[in-house]
Design a protein around this ligand. Structure first.
Ligand SMILES: Cc1cc2nc3c(=O)[nH]c(=O)nc-3n(C[C@H](O)[C@H](O)[C@H](O)COP(=O)(O)O)c2cc1C
Length: 112
């Protein structure tokens, strides 16, 4: 399921000039997406309606400097305890969420 999802996402995001990172720990996803606002809105709506996940929350939604560590879209597996920092019971603010996410990305096994 993850590889099928990655294939479609990589193609469609490329067509829409979106870049980002999708992390998966076997149960939970965490995703960063950046690019033109209209394209983001369209893909976000597709994800909301996708039955392959049950619940979605947006941690950061605002204009800010691009994360683009790479001009493309990447996906990778992530250790569950890394996710717990980001998606744990304690409410974190957007800056904290970004800092944690950047840290996870640098430690994750990402495939281009
Ligand atoms: C957790 C998760 C993340 C996804 N991320 C993307 C993505 O970044 N880009 C994308 O095109 N589709 C992504 N998808 C797949 C979309 O939900 C959708 O299946 C795909 O874009 C095809 O869209 P359509 O059915 O509206 O044509 C994601 C799905 C899930 C469950």
């Amino acid at each position: 399921m993850f590889s099928a999802l990655c294939q479609v996402s990589r193609r469609r995001n490329g067509e829409l000039s979106l870049a980002g990172v999708l992390l998966f720990d076997g149960h939970r996803f965490c995703q960063w997406l950046e690019g033109p606002a209209a394209a983001l809105a369209s893909v976000r709506q597709s994800i909301v309606e996708d039955p392959r996940h049950e619940f979605m929350s947006v941690l950061v939604d605002r204009p800010q400097p691009a994360l683009r560590t790479t001009p493309q879209w990447q996906a990778g597996y992530c250790a569950a305890d890394e996710f717990d920092l980001l998606l744990g019971p304690d409410r974190i603010d957007a800056d904290e969420a970004m800092a944690i996410f950047r840290g996870i990305v640098t430690r994750s096994d990402l495939s281009p």
